[in-house]
Design a protein around this ligand. Structure first.
Ligand code: ATP
Length: 308
């Protein structure tokens, strides 16, 4: 009789940027209340899972030296959570291929957790629905739910409550990757320090949602905003130069992605994005530059033959 060893499963998950990020006060649980507009862009991590004798985790790609290989890796936390839920041993090998910058404010670790949930529930034939996956995702981290979802979505709570946003038009981005990373908790603390006891300025989300539904990138450019940007720039002052350089190169607008230090530049169209990327790459204001578009789809199984 043939043994029924399941085939490895590979899932691709996009990076996110925040088109809008309004940070409220600190909650009793230590998190901040957020109102954010997530937007998935075409930089991807790939997560492969296969049955193994011993649990194993491998990471390949850019920035791997910064990625933990122990139980603190978000992908491995997803394995343990799902194994516990399924009542089975975590006897799998997980391979991560990083295309999302590490500690870049683009939720790469969260993407890996989302991808692992999808891949493993397929490998183990758990037949989990989207809602069940979303519940597990929210347990793993604030941005993991969006990794499942992709597209463009309004996030509230810690960012884990997701509502899809109408945004049919393709947007063109230049993503400037920085030399180091920034710790997300440290950036939130810096924002708290800068704000002190003063009132928190309102940052309404409606203009961004209206600009998205109009599909006009120029209108959207006027309404992009991120409360964490001031804190990220305070911790990494060179970002000011990067942001200025992107706009001087022809981008409609630029902003720090999430907690940074990656910067995202919205461009008028695909040709303009290539021009901005070329110019920015020659200016020495960032480590490397990528052209991307959004919205990209959320975590999905890809044919293993595509993954090369
Ligand atoms: P956040 O999602 O907290 O905003 P980020 O998007 O800035 O973070 P990530 O690439 O997710 O950055 O990494 C943040 C930290 O999480 C890293 O410095 C690393 O130590 C740790 N980490 C845990 N698991 C992973 C993973 N699978 N990939 C990348 N980093 C991971």
């Amino acid at each position: 009789m043939l043994s029924a060893v399941p085939r490895p499963v590979t899932v691709r998950v996009p990076a996110k940027i925040n088109l809008h990020l309004a940070v409220g006060g600190v909650r009793p649980d230590g998190f901040h209340d957020l109102v954010t507009v997530f937007h998935a862009v075409s930089l991807f991590d790939e997560i492969s899972v296969e049955q193994a004798q011993e649990p194993a985790l491998e990471v390949h790609g850019d920035g791997v030296a910064e990625v933990p290989l122990d139980a603190t890796n978000l992908a491995w936390r997803a394995v343990e959570l799902l194994a516990e839920k399924a009542g089975r041993a975590p006897d799998v090998r997980v391979t991560l291929r990083k295309g999302i910058p590490v500690a870049g404010g683009m939720a790469g670790g969260s993407a890996d957790a989302a991808g692992t949930l999808v891949a493993l529930s397929s490998l183990w034939r758990l037949e989990l629905g989207r809602d069940e996956l979303a519940e597990l995702a929210a347990e793993l981290g604030s941005d993991v739910t969006f990794g499942l979802h992709g597209g463009t979505a309004l996030g509230t709570g810690r960012g884990e409550k997701i509502i899809p946003v109408l945004a049919r038009h393709r947007l063109h981005w230049v993503i400037a990757l920085a030399r180091g990373g920034l710790s997300t908790p440290a950036v939130f603390s810096e924002l708290d320090r800068l704000r002190g006891d003063g009132p928190i300025a309102e940052r309404p989300v409606e203009p961004v949602l209206e600009a998205l539904s109009s599909g006009d990138p120029r209108r959207l450019a006027l309404n992009l905003g991120n409360d964490l940007q001031v804190a990220a720039v305070s911790m990494a002052p060179d970002l000011r130069r990067t942001l200025r350089a992107g706009v001087n190169s022809g981008a409609l607008a630029g902003l720090v992605s999430g907690s940074g230090p990656t910067c995202a530049f919205l461009c008028a169209d695909a040709d303009s994005a290539v021009e901005v990327a070329t110019e920015l790459a020659g200016m020495g204001v960032c480590r490397t530059v990528r052209v991307a578009h959004g919205p990209a789809g959320g975590a999905r199984i890809v044919d293993t033959s595509e993954t090369g």
